[in-house]
Design a protein around this ligand. Structure first.
Ligand SMILES: NC(=O)C1=CN([C@@H]2O[C@H](COP(=O)(O)OP(=O)(O)OC[C@H]3O[C@@H](n4cnc5c(N)ncnc54)[C@H](O)[C@@H]3O)[C@@H](O)[C@H]2O)C=CC1
Ligand SMILES: O=C(O)CCC(=O)C(=O)O
Length: 423
């Protein structure tokens, strides 16, 4: 059970690791596992902290701190993105790694979860400084990663160029070409068709499934998207193309709102490589105001802890699909569930990214590349099945979708740990 003392404490915990551990504990209890399984799964089995010296363009040297967390490798090699962000913390990277285990479990991919992060602000670094940082990070973690050990990918403020440098650095260290070391690569370096859009495609499929069960017609539905980067930008475009009206979008600096619908193609054209677009406008709203806009579907696609007990009661959306990892706190999840809002959690909603990363890795291993249609069809099949499994678990057990997703997601790893004789 979730510890009520934790829920009732005067300050809501925004520590994403603690929040995740509480749901993991409850999910394992409901599945009939004992305390020993929780002890094993509540933290990553491996956590590496690295210090990365980087020669800056002005000739000085800056030392950056980075992390790589590998949550559990009982099912197979670990997998998960790398985040470059000033707010990266050790606990955040650990939670992100646990969420990767859950996503892979829900989608039935042969992986455990991992995640990496570097405390830095790439918006203030030059192209060459970013290259040196990316290569330095791979050098520092090279002992614990590899195509059959732990396979990184993009996340916040990292992209296919950074994946290309990282793949090149790893290939140099290992002295052979290793495209399967990392996913989210450019196409000419072994990337998969559809990977760049896959997170948003997956979110779109989750929205379609959620809209069906909530009885909402996507045509004309009012959609608000927080974050206008890889996940949020493509998602806004897919929603617009599906006939929905995207009335609000935002980035790290603020939001844009038009009740008649925003011109998404125009905004995508004007956006910079960090998903920033609002700096071009004077008439902006805050991210908090954006989340509380009157709409049918809300998609947080930026960072953690955006919907908390402070604003959960003010959210007007009927459906929330989490494209971001960890955008809604545990308390907010409960408030929204009690209010009848259908919340599709991150570990299901944004699993499209890792699913197509898995396809990329399979294609690298086979040396045989698929058409985009094949990628899209396989993605749809996995996501629809995943959504239905989680939704039916939530309905039959009368629990919220987050707890249901954790139950479905953690089961494979727990079973694999048992079968390997670890517990
Ligand atoms: N890229 C991927 O394949 C996947 C990404 N995700 C998650 O989706 C979310 C967004 O990731 P990406 O789109 O890849 O990142 P991105 O770097 O492409 O874009 C991030 C967006 O969030 C905005 N942002 C940053 N800080 C913010 C803040 N404090 N408040 C409001 N907006 C803020 C940025 O301005 C930008 O528009 C993250 O939670 C990430 O973990 C999840 C699965 C896969
Ligand atoms: O594509 C991947 O392997 C991981 C993507 C990711 O980091 C995530 O789903 O949060």
């Amino acid at each position: 059970m979730i510890n009520q003392a934790d829920i009732n404490q005067s300050t809501e915990t925004l520590n994403v690791l603690k929040q995740t551990q509480m749901v993991i504990k409850e999910a394992l209890q409901k599945l009939g596992y004992g305390e020993d399984m929780f002890e094993l799964l509540k933290e990553p089995v491996r956590m590496l902290t690295v210090r990365i010296p980087v020669r800056m363009d002005d000739g000085s040297t800056r030392v950056f701190t980075g992390y790589r967390a590998q949550h559990n490798d009982a099912v197979g090699p670990t997998k998960g993105g790398i985040r470059f962000h000033p707010d990266v913390t050790e606990d955040e990277v650990k939670a992100l790694a646990i969420w990767m285990t859950l996503k892979c479990g829900i989608a039935q991919l042969p992986y455990g979860g991992a995640k990496g992060g570097i405390i830095c602000d790439p918006r203030e670094m030059s192209f060459r400084e970013l290259e040196r940082l990316s290569r330095g990070y791979v050098h520092a973690i090279s002992q614990i990663v590899g195509p059959n050990k732990d396979i990184p990918a993009p996340d916040v403020y990292t992209n296919s160029q950074i994946m290309a440098w990282m793949m090149d650095e790893y290939s140099r260290i290992r002295e052979f070409d290793s495209p399967g070391f990392i996913t989210g690569k450019p196409l000419v370096l072994g990337g998969s068709l559809g990977r760049d859009r896959s997170t948003a495609r997956g979110v779109t499929i989750a929205i379609q499934e959620a809209a069906k069960v909530a009885g909402i017609d996507l045509k004309g539905a009012r959609v608000v998207v927080q974050g206008f980067g890889n996940a949020g930008g493509y998602l806004a475009k897919f929603m617009h193309d599906a006939g929905a009206v995207v009335i609000g979008v935002s980035d790290a600096y603020g939001g844009l709102y038009d009740p008649k619908g925003l011109d998404i193609d125009y905004l995508l054209d004007r956006r910079d490589s960090f998903g920033t677009v609002t700096k071009l406008y004077k008439n902006t709203i805050t991210n908090r105001e954006l989340l509380e806009l009157d709409c049918d579907i809300l998609v947080p696609a930026a960072v953690e802890n955006q919907i908390t007990r402070e604003n959960a009661a003010n959210i007007k959306a009927k459906i929330i699909v989490e494209a971001a990892n960890g955008p809604t706190t545990l308390e907010a999840t409960k408030i929204l569930h009690d209010r009848g809002v259908l919340l599709v959690p991150d570990v299901l909603g944004n699993a499209g990214g890792v699913i197509v990363s898995y396809f990329e890795w399979v294609q690298n291993n086979q040396g045989l590349y698929w058409a985009e249609e094949e990628v899209d069809n396989k993605l749809r099949e996995i996501l629809v099945r995943s959504f239905r499994t989680v939704y039916e678990t939530a309905q039959s057990r009368r629990i919220d979708m987050r707890l249901a997703a954790y139950m479905v997601g953690v089961r494979r790893t727990a079973e694999a740990c048992k079968l390997r004789g670890w517990l």
